[in-house]
Design a protein around this ligand. Structure first.
Ligand SMILES: Nc1ncnc2c1ncn2[C@@H]1O[C@H](COP(=O)(O)OP(=O)(O)O)[C@@H](O)[C@H]1O
Ligand SMILES: [Mg+2]
Length: 265
């Protein structure tokens, strides 16, 4: 479980990026941080692996403050996937995926075996292992980024707008993959996006951020739909969604009539 307790962040230039944010990410769940650009999503995410230190408040993992763990150790142990896949361009795909096992002291052979395993988990053929990142499609590069994050074998995955640059079809495929990882590998995932459809497709719970880095609402997709906390949330969700969700009886239905979920009591 990951807990954000009264977190604020003011950058040295005076920008208040996050303002008194508290929420909890249950074990083996996907929490999506949803908000427009500049609402503090990446700042919050970076606090989990100490890329960013809060000005106030603290983050706990399984009841231990992250500040108890050395930042380098923490970064190695927690999978982190970014939009720009962050792959090392002059290393082969397999060596990219093997990075963290190697840093942890595994032999080259063991690390490569592990890398091949996680490439398979994310649906990459072993034959791609000897290519360089630039020789892969955008979607394949993102899969490599996910495989690399998995190779750290942490229970936690942090994903910061990882699929923003891939085309919509591939993106749907990658979203399915993320749900599968949560289910089959029992991962706890914090996923950042500004895309409402993506948030609804993935989240167990959504943390909606408003400009200024404050929480507008926390809830399941159906809760946000059926009981938006205020005008901001209802505008944000309504205006940004291409699904044109509606409520029929106790069900949430999209424009094609597909049932997305039931309203909770
Ligand atoms: N290193 C930094 N120094 C100063 N301001 C920053 C820094 N990083 C982010 N910010 C500012 O903090 C706010 C939140 O940024 P960020 O967390 O990146 O938002 P998001 O990921 O939601 O787009 C923005 O106003 C941004 O300009
Ligand atoms: Mg960001």
């Amino acid at each position: 479980m990951i807990e954000f307790e009264g977190i604020s962040k003011r950058y040295s230039d005076g920008t208040l990026a996050v303002d008194d944010v508290s929420f909890t990410v249950e074990e083996q769940s996907i929490v999506v941080l949803l908000g427009s650009s500049g609402s503090g999503k990446s700042t919050l995410l970076g606090m989990v692996n100490r890329m960013i230190e809060p000005t106030r408040g603290r983050v706990l993992i399984d009841a231990h403050p992250v500040t108890d763990t050395d930042p380098v150790q923490l970064r190695r142990s927690i999978g982190y996937v970014l939009q720009s896949s962050g792959l090392l361009p002059h290393r082969s795909v397999i060596d990219n995926v093997a990075t963290v096992p190697r840093l942890k002291g595994e032999t080259r052979a063991a690390a490569r075996a592990k890398a091949l395993h996680f490439m398979e988990v994310v649906g990459l053929e072993a034959s791609l292992g000897n290519r360089f990142p630039a020789q892969l499609s955008g979607g394949q590069q993102q899969r490599v980024g996910v495989a690399r994050a998995l190779a750290g074998e942490s229970d936690i995955l942090l994903m910061d707008e990882p699929f923003g640059a891939v085309d919509p079809i591939v993106r749907l495929d990658l979203q399915r993959e993320v749900r599968r990882l949560r289910r089959d590998l029992a991962k706890t995932i914090i996923f950042v996006t500004h895309d409402i459809d993506e948030a609804f497709a993935l989240a167990d719970r959504i943390v909606v951020l408003r400009p200024g880095g404050r929480i507008a609402q926390i809830g399941t997709p159906t809760q946000l739909m059926s009981e938006p906390a205020d005008e901001f949330v209802s505008q944000f969700i309504g205006a940004g969604s291409s699904r044109r969700l509606r409520i029929e009886g106790s069900l949430v239905v999209d424009a094609t009539g597909r049932i997305l979920g039931a309203l909770e009591k």
